[in-house]
Structure formats: C-alpha cells, structure tokens
Write a new protein. Structure first.
Length: 871
C-alpha cells in the first residue's frame, strides 16, 4: 500500500507552471498578429519596387497597391454609390484596366507565340433583387450601375470554359473613404494583373476573371449585376472575394465553401484561416455580409472569402485611410491572391472539378503554429469517434481505486460522474461570475464598454470574475479527487468534439485538439506515477499545451471581432454580457486544468483562493470604472441626419448612436442647446419599421434604436425647401371585379441619391421578384443609381382591402427619403459651398462635436429629403 506522495504547495507549483503557460500563450499571441519569427505566420516585408532587381521579373509591390488605394480614397475620396466621386472612381477604374490591357497587347505583339488574351468589359445595367439581412426583408433596385471586368485567358474557347472569379469593390460606404475597404483589394487585383501579364512565358490554362465591382456598399448590387447579367458569368467555377473590415494583421480566410478550394488555399505562401471564423460569420451574428453571398446565390459557385480583419475600429469610418493600414497587410493579401490565381489558372487547377455547385461547407480548416490543416467532415467524425472511444478505454484502465484495502471496489463510473459535475459546475460558475460583473458594470455602475478601446483588455476585467465563479462553484461539489476531475475534463472535451461534429459544426475541432494532448498526458501520467493516484506537474504542462496556445488565438480572434462590433451593435444589444460570456467561454477553454488543480489542495485553500480572486475582481472593476470607452483611434460612431420633410415642410435634426456607452444623453442635450431652437428638449423617438426618417440606413437603422432625437433646427440652419423628391403613380388602373389595383410607382429624385420607399400593401405582383410575400405587409425598397440618374419606377399589382367600396379606391401611403447628393459630411467637405445651409450646419456640428468629445467621435452627417405621398 502506498501513501499519497506529498507534492509542492500551490504557490511553488504555479510559479513553476507560469513560465510555460505565459511563454506558450505569448508565442501564440505573436503568431496570431503576424509578428512571429516564423515566415509562414508573419506579415511579409512590404515590397516597393515593381521589378525584382535580381531576377528582372515583375513583382507585387505593396507601395504600388497603396498608391492605388490612396488615389481612390484621398484624391477621389468618398465613393458612395450615386455620387460624383463614385462616377470618378468608375472612370479611373476603366482607365487603369485599359492601361493594363494595352500592356498585355504589347506583350502579345512582342511575343506572338504567347497564348495570352486580355479582354475588358465596362458593364452597365439595371436590376432588382431581394436582400434579406438581420431578419429584415428588403428589396434593392438599381439603375445603370457599373462593373469593370477583365478576363485573362489563353485566348481559346477551351481556356475560357472554366474560369476563376476574383472580386473587389471600388465603391465605399456613406461615412468612409474606404482605403482598406476596399480600395486596397482593388490595388491588389491591379498588381496581380500587372505581374501576371508581365511574367515572361506565363499562360493561363484556365481563365481568370477580374471583377472590379462598383456597388457593394449599396447592398451588393454590383456583384448581383455581374452574376445575373454578364455574358461570361456562367463560365465562373469559383469565386475569390477580397474584402476588409479592419486595417491590420494577416488577411484572414473567413469563408471557404469547398474542399478543393481550401486545398488550393493551403498552398499559398502565408495561409491564415479558420473554420471558427467561417461558422461565426455564416451564423449572421456579425450583422454583415459580402459579395460572396451573390456569387453563392446567383452563380451557384463555391470559393474563398478573404478579408483584412484586425483593428476593426476604423471600419466604415472616416479613418479608413491608407495611413492607418499596417505595413505588410497589402503584401500579404497580394502574395496569397497571386498564388491562388497562379494555381487555379494552371493545368493542375481544381476548377474543372467544381461542378457540384454551392452547398453547405463540409471541411474543417484552421491554422496552427504555421501549419494550415484541413480535412473533411467525414474524416473529422471518424477521428473524433476514435478519440472518444479511446478516451473511455483510457479512463477505465487508468482508474485507480482510492481505497484498495476495502472489499467493495468503488465504481469508476460514479466517481467519474461526480468529476463531470464538478467540471460542468466550474464552467457554469465562470459564465455566471463574469455575467454578474457585467451586470454590475452596466446596470449598477453605468460603466458599459469600459474595455472598448483595447480588444483584449476585457480579459483583465472579466477573466478574474470568471475564475472567481469557477472556483466558487467547486465549493458546492465537495471533495473530488484531482485525477478524477482531470479525466472528466478530458472525457467532456472528447465528447464535445464528437457531439458538435455530429451537428455539422466544424469548430468541434478545437475540442479534439485539446483532448488529444490530454490523452497523451494521461498515458504519460499513468506511467510516470506507476498508476497511482497522483497527477504530476509535467502532466499539467502537457495537457495545457493546446488549450493555452489555441485558446490564446481564439481569444484574440474572437475579441478582435466582437469588441469593436459592440461599438456598432446598438444600445439595446447586451454588449457587456456578450463580451463577459465570450471571456468566460474562451477562458474555460484556455485553462481547463484549473479545476483539477484546485482539487489538488484542501478546501481551506480553495476558500482562500475564492476570496483572493474576488478581491482582485473588485480591484479591476474599480480600475475599469475610471476608464472612458473611446479615444481618437477608437472612436464612437455618431449618425446625424438633417431631414427636410417636403410634406410637413419642417426641418429636423436627428442624431443617433449605435452603442450603449454612457454619456450620450449629455451629448444630446449639448446638441439641442447648440443647434435646436431655445427651450426645446431633445425628444427620444422609437425606432421601428415605420420610422421613415432613418430609412436611409434601413435595416441598419435598427441599431440606432433609442438614441434618436428629433429637434427643430434654429432658423439659421434652415434650407429653402426646393428639393424635388417626388413619388407618384402612373398607369393607374383598378380592376373592380378582381378588386385589384395596378400602377407604376414612379420616384423622381433629381440631385437626391439612395432613395428608399416604404409602404403597407398586399402585393400580388411586382417587378421586384416573382414571389412577393403573401398578405398585407410593410415593404421597404431601396434604390441605388449611377450619378446623374433621377428617376426610377416599379410596377405593382395590389389587392384592395376586402371591405372597401371599390368606387373609392384607398390611397397608397408611401414614405420616401433620400440623401441630397451635395450635402454629405465629411465626404463632400471639399465642395461644401454648393451644399447649402446643411453643409454649413454639418461643418459647425463636426467642429462642435470634436471639441466636445476631444476628437473621440466619428460622425457621419447627411442632408436628407423625405416625406409621405398618398398616391
Ligand atoms: C447548383 O448547381 C448544382 C450542380 O449543377 C445543382 O445541383 C444545384 O441545384 C444548383 N443550385 C442552385 C440553387 O441552382
Ligand atoms: Zn467592403
């Protein structure tokens, strides 16, 4: 009989484990941000020269890419669909592609034997599409929007049969010059063309179609236009979409939909992607979408969606400028894209095999310490099942009877169940602990979003709280043996892997990856301790390796997305609790062996630890309570509309924020005092489907919900109401027998862009699509047109209300609103003189809010025209 060996005390043990835990976590952190020593996982050195001085061959130049991005975002500026700048962007794009086509033709003249052909299209067209997002049904109509397309092929029909599409958008969104999003990717594509054409002897077996799409931010009209109307759209077998929602770090593969394309991606010089991002994005909780959706839906192809995602604070703000793009980002995107295009256009390409169309992805992929790993869901199921069975066997055979002297052997199953309860309680305790602190911070102290400006800082606030909760939970489970808890962690992880994978969740891989070294560490432990009831510290080291390294990266990846997102998800979203819960989940994954470790020691020690960590939690809460959420490079977003109502002849100022940080009421009062007529308090208004003033931003308007104030303007800011945004009915006929009315709804909008109409009707037929919703409903239709277009129309047949007297046909009440093309701040700052009073107001407002907030607010100001028409 053996007596339990005495082991080191907790402090000594922790000091011994700390260098390992901190070290591995640090390496994983560096790798995640592209700063590791490892070439595969670092951002590349930016290249300046167009020609490699040693080989004399053309090379991708970051400097050139950024010069393109700078021209688009600074020389031209805000390329919002419908503006003059948007038209300039289109013109520039055509010129760029024509210059490259001329180079291509020069090469062909110089080397007549080279199989190369460069064709260019300047596509223009009208269209309609339904675009549901975030639970809202929405229709788009567009007029005369454009795409610039270049196809590089070997010139043969066979070579054009299977093409790869690569897409970036030239336009930018309302409040942003769009340097990273998406001028950067436009530059990357131009550089790829230059290098491909200039590389001696390069001939594509399969064609490459470069789509410079000029209307993404208006809700994917450009990619819809290409996919549904371009003559070569049906040759596309796979799509590569290049995007940005940030300005730093390695470009991330965040959607990948076929095994063949993922395997192709695995060959790029610096792969970086994960199925976790894929699954988070496709769940829709990020409230965003890319052109990739149009390619899936209308081209029925699979592909890769790649984006710059680090530092998402500047996304869709005026700070999305070249200066803020991290060096190496453009080079990373360009190197990987060129490698993809070379591979996909080669004779080894997977393109001809991509005939199955789009379906739900069934491949697991992730990057881990320089390796890009991918395998199919069926392989995953087999591996995870194997591991789970092995875990049961392993746990059974390494079972140590705590009291072998007794006749009655204690059941390993009962013992193990108790361990499972301990682990489950630990997890719940962590979630609860973090959320209690979230509740206190938000609802009691009024200090929401205190961690906003540094993505990972919320770990400092919610990590101790989660740990305190996890430790406290163990007080309720009583005495469980350390080894039992250790094995329970292992069993649960192996089980979660197989459970989630059977539900089709590829992210199940993370549990497989952490269970795997746990199994090794258990075998190791059994031999090391001669199958006795002891867990050595080395076993902890082995078992923690994947959780701490992968967990660090999951922490970084998740918080980098969700923390900046809390600045634009609305006041009502439980931002504080979302972040607290993420920290608890990731923390539980990262440090699973905390639980067995606390059962290594006495209950008295556990109580002391709970107290200590609770004190620490209180201290960090105090510290975070003193922090303010925003600063100049992590600004608050503010939306301001100057609305001229052509029906009521009133002019109002509306301001809205999209976050739940404290201080907005104060700001609103300040605005009222400064810009509204004296004595009128700001009046909060509800945001719903009937709030027409904010339809410009619909359906994203849902996120400016309660933070919306309506205030009459001071007379000096009033504009003469000479805008013409008019909604009328033409070809109006009533079929009395069928009780229907058919009409053409006409919107005339000279000088006004981004018009939106909303109305209630039971639509039987319309031009928008083949199956309007059944029954009476509210409909939103948004328009986007090329600069200078001032009319659009749609036909519809509506059912007259059942009980109405058809001799008196009820009017259709249509809410309409649009943006005055010359009154957009800061987009139109350079020509503010022609924007009327609104631009004067915006300039003053911008200066005022900048002073008020010390430059920590990024404000978008739009001059809008709206009203209601009874037609
Ligand atoms: C996509 O293409 C595949 C293969 O041709 C076909 O089976 C599938 O029905 C298509 N899906 C759609 C939505 O058209
Ligand atoms: Zn974009």
């Amino acid at each position: 009989m053996s007596t339990p060996r005495r082991h080191w005390g907790p402090v000594r043990s922790l000091l011994c484990l700390a260098p390992f835990l901190v070290g591995v976590s640090y390496l994983a952190y560096k790798e995640n941000y592209g700063k590791s020593w490892h070439n595969l996982t670092s951002l590349p050195e930016p290249i300046t020269e167009l020609i490699d001085p040693i080989t004399g061959l053309p090379q991708l130049s970051e400097a050139r890419i950024l010069a393109h991005a700078q021209y688009l975002s600074e020389d031209i500026g805000y390329r919002t669909v419908g503006t003059r700048e948007h038209a300039l962007g289109d013109e520039w794009m055509v010129q760029q592609v024509e210059v490259l086509q001329a180079q291509c033709e020069e090469v062909i003249r110089a080397y007549p034997g080279r199989h190369l052909q460069c064709e260019v299209w300047h596509q223009r067209g009208d269209g309609y599409h339904r675009f549901d997002i975030m639970g809202h049904r929405l229709y788009k109509t567009y007029r005369d929007l454009t795409n610039v397309v270049m196809r590089i092929s070997d010139g043969t029909e066979a070579g054009k049969t299977h093409a790869v599409l690569v897409n970036a958008h030239v336009d930018s969104t309302l409040p942003s010059p769009g340097a990273a999003d998406d001028a950067l990717a436009v530059g990357v594509m131009l550089e790829c063309i230059r290098v491909l054409v200039g590389t001696p002897g390069w001939e594509p077996t399969h064609a490459i179609v470069f789509l410079f799409n000029n209307a993404e931010e208006s809700l994917q009209d450009g990619s819809h236009l290409f996919s549904t109307q371009h003559p070569i759209a049906n040759t596309v077998r796979a799509a590569i979409n290049l995007e940005a929602a940030g300005t730093t770090g390695r470009t991330l593969l965040f959607q990948a939909t076929s095994e063949q394309m993922i395997q192709t991606y695995a060959k790029v010089p610096r792969p970086f992607g994960t199925v976790i991002a894929n699954e988070i994005f496709s769940s829709g909780i990020l409230m965003s979408d890319t052109d990739f959706r149009q390619f899936e839906e209308y081209l029925n192809v699979t592909g890769l969606d790649i984006a710059v995602v680090g530092n998402s604070y500047l996304y869709h703000t005026r700070l999305d400028i070249v200066e803020n793009i991290e060096p190496g980002v453009a080079q990373h995107m360009a190197d990987n894209t060129l490698a993809l295009l070379l591979e996909l256009s080669s004779s080894d390409s997977v393109l001809p095999t991509l005939t199955a169309g789009y379906s739900r992805p069934t491949t697991v992929f992730f990057s881990y310490f320089g390796q890009f790993i991918n395998y199919s869901f069926s392989t995953a199921s087999a591996m995870y099942t194997g591991l789970f069975v092995a875990s049961l066997v392993l746990v059974y055979f390494t079972y140590v009877d705590p009291a072998p002297a007794l006749k009655q052997r204690k059941s390993p199953i009962a013992e193990q169940l108790k361990g499972m309860v301990a682990v489950a309680m630990g997890f719940l305790g962590a979630v609860l602990g973090a959320n209690v602190v979230a509740f206190l911070m938000r609802s009691v102290f009024g200090k929401a979003l205190s961690w906003f400006s540094v993505e990972l800082s919320c770990i400092a606030l919610y990590g101790p709280a989660a740990l305190a909760g996890a430790l406290a939970s163990q007080l309720f489970v009583g005495r469980v043996r350390e080894q039992t808890v250790f094995k329970s962690v292992f069993l649960l992880q192996a089980f979660l892997a197989i459970l989630l994978q059977s539900l089709g969740v590829g992210s199940a891989a993370v549990f497989f990856l952490s269970a795997l070294p746990l199994s090794a560490s258990l075998i190791f432990n059994a031999f090391l301790n001669n199958f006795e009831d002891n867990v050595s510290l080395l076993t902890y080291v082995l078992g923690q390796f994947t959780p701490i390294s992968l967990g660090t990266q999951i922490f970084c990846g998740t918080l980098d997305v969700f923390v900046p997102l809390t600045g634009r998800m609305g006041k009502d979203a439980p931002a504080e609790h979302i972040i607290a819960t993420i920290v608890a989940f990731c923390g539980a994954y990262t440090l699973p062996l905390v639980l067995p470790f606390v059962h290594r020691y006495s209950r008295a020690l556990l109580i002391r630890s709970v107290l200590l960590v609770t004190l620490l939690t209180a201290a960090v809460m105090l510290y975070f309570s003193l922090k303010s959420p925003f600063d100049t490079m992590h600004p608050k977003r503010l939306y301001v509309l100057h609305v001229e109502n052509t029906t009521s002849l009133e002019q109002h100022l509306h301001i809205g924020a999209a976050d739940g940080a404290p201080g907005f009421d104060e700001l609103a009062k300040g605005v009222a005092q400064r810009f509204s007529v004296p004595g009128v308090a700001p009046k909060p208004v509800t945001m719903d489907e009937y709030n027409g003033d904010w339809d410009i931003l619909y359906p994203f308007s849902a996120f400016v919900t309660p933070y919306k104030f309506e205030m009459p303007l001071k007379p000096e800011y009033l504009d003469p109401l000479d805008r013409t945004l008019k909604v009328s009915a033409a070809n109006d006929t009533v079929d009395r027998a069928a009780r229907t009315r058919s009409l053409t709804l006409v919107v005339e909008h000279p000088g006004v862009i981004w018009t939106t109409i909303a109305f209630d009707a039971h639509v039987l037929e319309w031009t928008l699509d083949k199956n309007p919703p059944d029954g009476f409903a509210r409909h939103h239709v948004k328009e986007a047109s090329f600069y200078g277009h001032n009319r659009w129309a749609m036909d519809l047949v509506i059912k007259l209300p059942g009980d109405s007297d058809v001799s008196e046909v009820p009017k259709l009440k249509v809410n309409f609103v649009g943006v005055h093309e010359r009154a957009m701040w800061p987009g139109k700052k350079a020509e503010k003189e022609i924007g009327g009073h609104a631009m004067q107001l915006f300039e003053e407002f911008d200066t005022w809010v900048s002073d008020y907030s010390s430059g920590t607010v990024d404000v978008m100001l739009l001059g809008c025209v709206g009203g209601v028409a009874d037609i």
